[in-house]
Design a protein around this ligand. Structure first.
Ligand code: GLN
Length: 493
């Protein structure tokens, strides 16, 4: 069969089970394409031999009828999920040669379900960024090109930019990401794929390199809503090794796909922050509300007066937690160590040479907002704003089932743009951080294009542990939008 890499995850699953294709040929096709598309820089490490061995094992199981949920399906992992015996860098020089002696909770589940690991995808250093330009392994290139400037390289979003580029560029069937403030949903929007961030606690954080522990959550990037549901199913579940893991049942997410949304109440938060978006985004929001209504949903305005302060709260809380989490990279225990004469110099030199500019900026901000004399004015106030934002959501969910808003304020921009202005870069996260602040599940679905022909994402947010509503409504948007997925010919012509 030709074009194996064009298949969706669910199509490949069906063909494997029907024995029309083998896991070995599927895996080989992806490995070949990863090599051919090395120019996108989507992978930090490719685990070709391991992938082929796993595929072989899957073929044996498929032949015997011992079929697990993701048997023989080639997947890529963001390089902050620790993989036993396979280098895990978090995009940082600090961990450039770190080989974990253990497997993360999420990747263990994927492995146990028969998924084939193709390799580890590129990412912003320690997941800090919105454009994947902060990796010590270089920027990732978005396979999409703008109509008006096809020679310009665009960002794939961040921090899971290697995963988003790999999914849209057909380098894997799906990929894991992590989402602290939007890093699954925003790259999904910039590359025209689906990204789901589940409820905080749904997926284990055990073995995920920590950024901001009260916000970090694993998620999945995939070509379709159905594929994202299939992946999340396997990734979810209680893990006693993560103290914030939720001991709740995991519903059959795939079952929600295609279910009716009759009577579903969709909340539309208005306000200046949406008014300031590009016209193409405002049009897309109007269209999405109309698609959901014509499928039987009800749309209503919701008032969320504090949500516009999410970004300010996030950029205090996330750096505060990051400064604490990253204190472990001291050059003594593990990871990179710079040459030095004294213990003080070890700390200083190691952290200066081992960490990039954005990571060091966040550590400084975090240490400042936590310091005596400033903690009340910044960190504690941000926590109060966090409580108000959570309250806004619970008020909104007393009358609605899901909330509809854009994923990002614009489409993908050029590599290098916004790079010298951290605050402008942070503004990309304005619509994604609220769901992290409140710990809620949210999905991004491609639903339109901007004036340059680049993909735009619609975001849906649900109440805690109601991912099913996102999959149901997400399918309606997917089937109504008429969004034309990325195609190689167009991009290169
Ligand atoms: N762009 C946001 C940041 O830089 C979110 C990152 C993330 O979700 N990991 O903090």
């Amino acid at each position: 069969m030709n074009n194996l890499t064009e298949l969706t995850l669910s199509e490949a699953r069906d063909l494997l089970r029907a024995k029309k294709i083998s896991a070995a040929e599927l895996t080989a096709a992806f490995l070949k394409r990863i090599e051919a598309k090395a120019c996108w820089n989507a992978f930090i490490t490719v685990t070709g031999d391991l992938a082929l061995a796993q595929a072989k094992e899957s073929d044996t199981r498929l032949a015997r009828g011992e079929i697990r949920a993701l048997e023989g399906l080639p997947i890529a992992y963001k390089d902050l999920f620790c993989t036993k015996g396979v280098r895990t860098t978090a995009g940082s020089r600090m961990l450039e040669s770190f080989i974990p002696p253990y497997e993360s909770g999420v990747t263990q589940r994927l492995k146990d379900s028969g998924a084939v690991m193709l390799g580890k995808t590129n990412m912003d250093e320690f997941a800090m960024g919105s454009a994947n330009v902060n990796s010590c392994f270089g920027s990732v290139i978005n396979p999409w090109k703008a109509k008006d400037n096809p020679a310009q390289d665009l960002v794939p979003g961040g921090s899971s930019g290697g995963s988003s580029a790999a999914v849209v560029g057909r380098l894997c069937l799906g990929a894991t990401g992590s989402d602290t403030g939007g890093s699954v949903r925003q790259p999904a929007a910039y590359t025209g794929v689906v990204g789901i961030k589940p409820t905080y606690g749904r997926c284990s954080r055990w073995g995920m390199v920590a950024f901001a522990s009260s916000l970090d959550q694993a998620g999945a990037l995939a070509k379709s809503v159905k594929d994202s549901a299939i992946m999340l199913q396997v990734m979810s579940g209680y893990d006693p090794r993560d103290s914030t893991s939720a001991n709740v049942g995991v519903p059959d997410f795939e079952k929600s796909v295609g279910q009716s949304i009759k009577g579903l109440k969709v909340g539309l938060p208005g306000g200046d922050w949406i008014d300031q978006c590009d016209d193409s985004i405002k049009t897309m929001i109007g269209n999405a509300a109309a698609w959901l209504k014509s499928a039987g949903a009800e749309a209503l305005d919701v008032s969320m007066p504090h949500i516009k302060h999410s970004l300010e709260a996030y950029y205090i809380i996330a750096p505060a937690e990051a400064s604490t989490n990253l204190s472990r990279y001291d050059g003594v225990r593990f990871g990179f160590r710079a040459p030095a004469e004294s213990i003080g110099e070890i700390y200083q030199n190691t952290r200066r040479e081992g960490l990039g500019a954005e990571v060091r900026r966040r550590i400084l901000i975090g240490a400042y907002v936590l310091s005596a004399g400033h903690i009340e004015a910044y960190y504690q106030r941000a926590q109060k704003v966090r409580a108000l934002i959570k309250q806004d959501f619970s008020d909104a969910f007393s009358s609605t089932d899901i909330i509809l808003m854009p994923t990002a304020p614009s489409g993908a921009f050029a590599i290098g743009e916004k790079q010298n202005d951290p605050v402008t870069m942070y503004l990309n996260d304005i619509f994604t951080v609220p769901a992290n602040i409140a710990g809620l599940p949210a999905i991004s679905i491609p639903a339109g294009v901007d004036s340059r022909g680049l993909p735009l994402g619609i975001q849906l947010i649900a109440s805690s542990f109601n991912e099913e509503a996102l999959f149901k409504a997400g399918c309606v948007i997917e089937s109504s939008s008429g969004f034309v997925p990325w195609r190689e010919e167009e991009a290169t012509s």
